[in-house]
Structure formats: C-alpha cells, structure tokens
Design a protein around this ligand. Structure first.
Ligand code: NOJ
Length: 779
C-alpha cells in the first residue's frame, strides 16, 4: 500500500507527537518566553509601546504591517505580509493553491508541504509574519466573499488543515498569524463605516452562542494554537455585540485562558477602534497603526502611552503584550540570520497602488525582485490536481483516451486580458470577463510572476500527441450557439467556467456568471462529449449537470499559477482529480442555509443571528432533510472502491466524562483533551482496474438523549487519503481524541463526553455511509 501520508503524520499534527515534525514549538515556548521577558525588561516605556504598535512603514511597504526596529538591542523589527495563498504584492513569488483548494485535497501531507513552501518564500523575501492561514470565514454563507481563502465549513477538516499549515509555515522560521477570529462570515458591513456626514455605523455583530462557538467557529483556532501559531488576528466584525478585538470573552477567556495561547493577538487592519477597551480585553498589537500614506485612525502608539500614564492600562498589561509579541520571534529563531526585506518590494507595491507613475518612485526605485519561487511550481501543480473534484464521469470519459480533436471553450481558458493581478476589493465583484482564474481577489490575492493557462497547457499537450484544438473563448458566442468556426465537431469539448470572489464584497449569486448556463447547454447540444471545468471559490450551481451530453464535470477551485498544467495532468490521467468536496453543493441558493445579511435591523444596527447554531453546510442538509446536489465529502475516482461493512471501534479503558485537569495545559488547552480515547478501523478495496486514490471518512453521531438540542445529526471525525493499486485491500485506521467525542457544556464551561451510545459511520462521503456501529464511550 502506498499511503499519501502515513498514519503517524496524521496523528503527528493532531496530537502531542507534533514535536516529531516541529520540535521547537512543543519544547521551547517557555525558553522563548524567558528570552522575551529579558528583552522587554530592557526596553523603555516608549520602546514597549513601539513593540505593540504598528505604523512603521520602513523597511518597505510590501510589509503591509510593521513593527519598528530597536537598533540598540539589535532588533530589526517585524515585517507582516499577506497571505494566505502566497506572498502578496510582490514579484518573483508563487501563486499557491488557495485555502479551499488545499482543503479539497483532504491531504495533511500536502497541506504541510504547502505551508513549508509558503514559509520558504516569506522567509526569503524577509517577511517575519505570514498573515495566514485563514480559517474564518469558514463558509456559513455560500456567497461569502472570502470563503475561498479558508478551509471550508467543517471544523474538523478545517482544524486539521489549519494545524498542518501552521506547522509547515513555522518549520521555516516564519510566524503564522491564523485569522480571522471569529465569526467574520460576511463581507457586507464587515467593519464600521462612516458616511459623508460623519455618522458611524458599527460593524455587523455575529451573534453566536457559546456552544456553537466552541464546537464550530473556534474549533480550528484551537488546532492552530495546538500547532504553535505565533499569532492570531482578531477580525473586523463584532461578536455578540462587541468588536472581536475588544472582546475579552474571546481573546482572554477563550484564547489565552482556555487554549493557553502564548503568542500575541494582532488586530485586523484598522479593526482597532479604541485604546484601553481593546488592550485590556486582550488585544496585544494594533495594525497597521499610524501609517501616514494609508490614512486611518490609530489607537495604540501615543494613545496607548497616555493610557499607561493615566493608569487605564497597566504597565503589567503592556509588559505582557510586548512579551507575547517577542516570544514567537525568539521561539522561531528570528533573532538569528533572518533575511532582510527584498528591496524590490516597495516598487512593486507602489506599482500595484499607482501604476507606473508612482509619486513615491524616487524613494522606491525599481530594482529586480528577489526570485524566491524555487521549485514550488511542481508542488503547486500536484496540489492543483489533488484539490480538483471529479463530480461526474459518465462512461469513464476521463481520463481522455484516443481523442485528438479537442474544443477549448469558455472565458475561463485563456490569459486574463486585463492583466493577471486581481487586487480589486469589490470594484469588479464579478471579476474580469476574459481569462483564467486561479486565485480570488483582495488582500489574499497574489501577483503572478508566472501563470500557465488552461489554453496554453491543453494546446501544448494536444500538440505533443499530434492532435489539434479548436478555440472559442467568448461565452456569448457559445451561448448563442455560434459554432460556425468549428469543423469537424471536436471529440471532446472542454468548457472552462469561472466564478470570482473577493475580499470586500460578498458574491451577488452562486450562479456561474458570464452566460455560463447557456454556454454549456449550447456547447452540449453541439458536442456529445462536453466536459465542464469550473474554477471558482467553492459553492456554485450547476443546473446543466444532468445534461446527458455533459459527460464529465471537474470542480478545480482556485489551484494557483499551474492551473493549466494541473488540469492537463487530470484530463489525460497523469494524476487523478483526487479532491473531495469540502462543502456541499446545493440545487438552489435557498437550500444552503442562512444567507448574507444585506441590511440593518429596525434599530439601524447590523445583526447576524446565528440561530442555526452548528447546523451549517452538511449538518443543515442532514438536520433539515434537504437533498444536496453534491454532498460534502463527495468526489469520484478514476477507479472504484468498496468498503467492507465491518467497521470496528475500540474504546480505551476507563474513559471519563471530563478531561483530567491534573495533566495540565499546553498551547491548545487541557492536555487531556488531545488524548486518544478511541480508534476505529475499516477495510477498503480498490475494485477497479487501475491504481486510484480514496478518501475514506469517519462520521459520528452523539447520543441524542444526553446531548443538548442542536447537536448535529452527524459530524466528521476522521479521514485519510490513500492510494491503492487495482485489487488491493487495506485497513484504514481513524484515531479519536477526547475533544472529538466531547460536546461543549456551556453551563459548566467544559468539554464533556456524554453517556450513551455513539454511532460511528464510515463511508466515502457524508451521504455515502458504508458501515455503521454503535458503542458507548463511558462504561
Ligand atoms: C485586511 C484583511 O482582512 C486581512 O486578512 C489582511 O491580512 C489585512 N487586511 C492586511 O492586508
């Protein structure tokens, strides 16, 4: 058997064995914290303020946030850069697969490798802090503008990918800043706004109950802390009426007390709206602070100094803030041999802002960028295929065989004709009409140094096998059925559709834009072997999916700069499209669950009541008995798999309902929450004729009588990704921690394993359960 990751690696990132991959985090927080306190003890009051206040624009504006240097102590400052799918606003960098793509791989090892590669590029560019990973927005709303940056709406899957991403990035000595804590599920009114009369409208308040927070929205952040994330970014929105960056329940009680987070909380950019309320609630750093060229109010800096002087923030608290900021710096050895910031960064950033006539060109002359891409293109290409989900494949259309006349259709195939940088935050909410789409927009976009389009890659592959292509890139021509230029009808017609999503606005719809439906239908009317390829941010509708001439559907997410090559690998079978959906595709938007709040309440405040609790995505489809179009966890393979109905579960002896507090805490909270308490095992067989990749999944149902109302019908609690040769059988093991089998009791404020029978279900998706067994955890 060739596993894509070993079970050891699987557990490594969930359990105490993390030290095998990343020894420094588990063992040296306390050493680093001692160094940090010694460092802070040598600072003047003003220097301490400087350590926690952004606002220093040098060494280059590519640092979207900075902490200034203190040269007398050889501290060269901190550079913060976006994140999360590559080093933003730069040249000589890779555009990596987006968060939703890596989640769709369901592959811990690839997530780790992506993290390492990202970290390598940030480090080589001289950036200390990677503003990622993002695990909020999770995707409560199908239309959420930033869902693609994160790992999807299931907390277990998102938690595993968050954990491995943090481990990967930090293994290179770069700090991860896991974001956005918490409840930042929509872009509409995500932050406070001021109208032309100076009237302030506060940000939307995500109103989320304690249990839902713990079991859903905070869950992946616990995995981040467990992995040793250096930093956490609090979000723009309010949570239960209070700005997240001033929310002591969130920052102090949950993050610093319950999860024993030893690093620092930074605000999202301009998400600090006050001084003492924010500092005393647990905010450790303001960003970007008082940056003159990016006018915006600043509340730390001089105002924090005033607050210390008048006693409204204590100097102890300031020391704690500064020590928390400095601890990861020492933990990751950033005090030794950290590269300087790439001097090209300023010019590239300003070109981004002003075009070729930057008023600051004299200060930031154009110099050649440090090229930090290494051989990351091959990893990006691999992840692109591994995060592509095969949704339909009639008569084994794919991989393509014996076809030499290929149609390349659709506005998502060619090079972006407006240029390949998608910085817009919402000026173009639908994106640009012509050109491939491998990443979304906003601060999370990455400037392309290289981009291999589907048109380019397919044409060059087809030429290499002696075939020919026929091309129409205008969806309107397709939608009108104007196929006058096509002769003879291609043996396979590839239709490239795309959907854009960006920070700053939510999607107006989950329909594929640019006349896509008519484009597919008219193409399918001409071509009986129509293969639809979608590049998009996640949930999109596919009303043409049952058209009998649509023989295959690939949902390839945002795969990054090797978008064309990944696709060629999948189409001709050099790689399997081995992704599985990390979300549910509904038949209609209204089936999906709560929609974006588009207007204020009667009292003019913006409120999002998360009344559905934990029942989002597949949990909602299960609870409300809604038929999904393609369910969470679904994806076909080029082979077929069977799972024997013989799931076995072993429960450790003497499992108690509550965690043993005497085992202490470590980053991630009570040590005992991460103890293994049960194992499950099931056999799968490759019943096809070729090697293929399976993603067996484990779901559990909690005992219904002993858990509170609102408990999901089932929740994901295990998965693995495994390659099997034709005819091969293997045993899949799932390991469950105490946290996996507990619910959050909001009365007693603790994780509890309930009495009664749990149902364990193993299968190939949330709706394809092959084997079920009932067992109790507590004797
Ligand atoms: C705001 C975004 O919400 C955040 O994700 C990003 O890191 C900062 N801007 C800096 O660009």
């Amino acid at each position: 058997m060739r596993t894509l990751h070993t079970v050891i690696v699987t557990l490594t990132c969930q359990l105490a064995l993390c030290s095998q991959i990343f020894p420094r985090v588990e063992n040296s927080w306390s050493d680093a914290s001692i160094k940090a306190s010694e460092f802070v003890a040598n600072l003047t009051l003003t220097e301490k303020i400087g350590i926690v206040s952004g606002g220093y624009l040098s060494p280059a504006p590519a640092c979207v946030g900075s902490i200034g240097p203190i040269s007398r102590l050889n501290f060269s400052g901190l550079c913060f850069s976006d994140g999360p799918s590559g080093y933003a606003r730069s040249d000589g960098v890779s555009v990596f697969p987006s968060g939703i793509t890596i989640a769709a791989t369901w592959d811990r090892d690839l997530a780790y490798q992506r993290g390492v590669a990202l970290g390598e590029e940030f480090r080589a560019k001289g950036s200390h802090v990677y503003l990622g990973p993002s695990t909020g927005a999770m995707g409560r709303h199908a239309r959420g503008g930033r869902n693609w940056e994160g790992f999807g709406p299931d907390p277990y899957l998102a938690g595993v990918i968050t954990n491995t991403s943090v481990l990967g990035v930090q293994s290179t000595g770069v700090q991860a800043c896991t974001k956005h804590l918490a409840g930042n599920e929509q872009e509409t009114q995500r932050t406070s706004t001021t109208d032309s009369n100076g009237t302030v409208t506060e940000a939307i308040s995500s109103n989320i109950d304690d249990r839902t927070l713990h079991e859903l929205y905070l869950w992946p952040f616990a995995n981040a802390v467990k992995a040793g994330t250096s930093s956490i970014m609090c979000s723009y929105n309010r949570l239960n009426g209070n700005y997240t960056c001033a929310n002591s329940d969130l920052l102090t009680t949950f993050l610093k007390d319950e999860l024993a987070f030893p690093g620092y909380v930074t605000s999202d950019w301009y998400a600090t709206h006050g001084t003492e309320d924010f500092a005393n609630a647990g905010l450790d750093m303001e960003q970007p602070g008082n940056v003159s060229s990016l006018a915006g109010p600043s509340y730390f800096g001089g105002l924090l100094l005033d607050a210390i002087n008048n006693g409204s923030v204590s100097e102890d608290r300031l020391n704690d803030m500064a020590e928390r900021v400095m601890t990861p710096y020492f933990l990751l050895g950033q005090d030794q041999d950290f590269p300087s910031v790439d001097p090209s960064a300023g010019a590239v950033f300003l070109t981004y802002q002003y075009g070729q006539n930057s008023p600051l060109a004299a200060y930031y002359p154009a110099v050649e960028a440090r090229d930090v891409r290494g051989d990351h293109a091959s990893l990006i290409r691999k992840i692109g295929a591994a995060g592509t989900v095969l949704l339909k494949n009639v008569n084994n259309t794919l991989p393509l065989k014996n076809v030499s006349n290929i149609g390349i259709f659709g506005n998502g195939a060619g090079y972006p004709i407006d240029g390949s940088v998608f910085l817009d935050y919402g000026d173009h909410p639908e994106g640009f009409e012509y050109g491939t789409l491998d990443i979304g927009g906003g601060s999370g976009t990455v400037r392309h140094t290289n981009l291999v389009t589907p048109l380019q890659a397919v044409q060059s592959h087809v030429a290499s096998i002696g075939g020919r292509t026929q091309v129409i890139l205008n969806n309107d021509v397709l939608a009108e059925g104007l196929f006058k230029t096509i002769y003879p009808v291609p043996q396979a017609c590839l239709v490239f559709l795309k959907a854009y999503a960006t920070e700053g606005s939510d999607r107006s719809s989950i329909d594929l834009p640019w006349n896509s439906t008519a484009a597919v239908e008219k193409t399918a009317a001409m071509c009986s072997n129509t293969i639809v390829v979608i590049h998009g941010p996640g949930v999109v509708l596919m009303p043409w999916a049952d058209n009998e001439n649509v023989t295959a559907i690939l949902s390839a997410h945002y795969p990054g700069e090797e978008i064309g090559n990944s696709l060629v690998d999948v189409l001709w079978g050099a790689a399997e499209p081995s992704g599985r959906l990390p979300y549910t595709i509904p038949r209609n938007l209204s089936d999906y669950g709560p929609d974006i709040v588009e207007s204020p309440a009667e009292d003019s405040t913006w409120q999002a009541d998360f009344n559905e609790g934990q029942l989002i995505d597949y949990r909602h489809f299960d609870a409300d008995n809604v038929d999904p179009h393609f369910e969470f966890g679904f994806g076909l393979s080029y082979t077929s798999f069977e799972m024997v109905d013989g799931l076995q579960v072993n429960v450790n002896e003497n499992v108690s309902a509550l965690a043993d507090e005497s085992m202490g805490t470590q980053p991630g909270g009570l040590v005992d929450l991460w103890t293994l308490v049960a194992q499950a095992a099931v056999e799968i067989t490759n019943t096809g004729t070729i090697t293929g990749i399976a993603v067996p999944q484990l779901y559990i149902s909690f005992p219904q009588d002993t858990t509170p109302a609102g408990t999901p019908v089932k929740v994901l609690r295990g998965f693995t990704k495994v390659a099997l040769d034709a005819g091969e059988t293997t045993t899949i093991n799932f390991e469950l921690t105490r946290r996996d089998l507990s619910f959050w009791d909001s009365d007693t404020k603790q994780w509890v394993i309930p009495q009664g029978e749990f149902v364990f279900m193993a299968g190939f998706s949330s709706r394809d359960i092959k084997s079920t067994i009932q067992t109790a955890m507590l004797s």
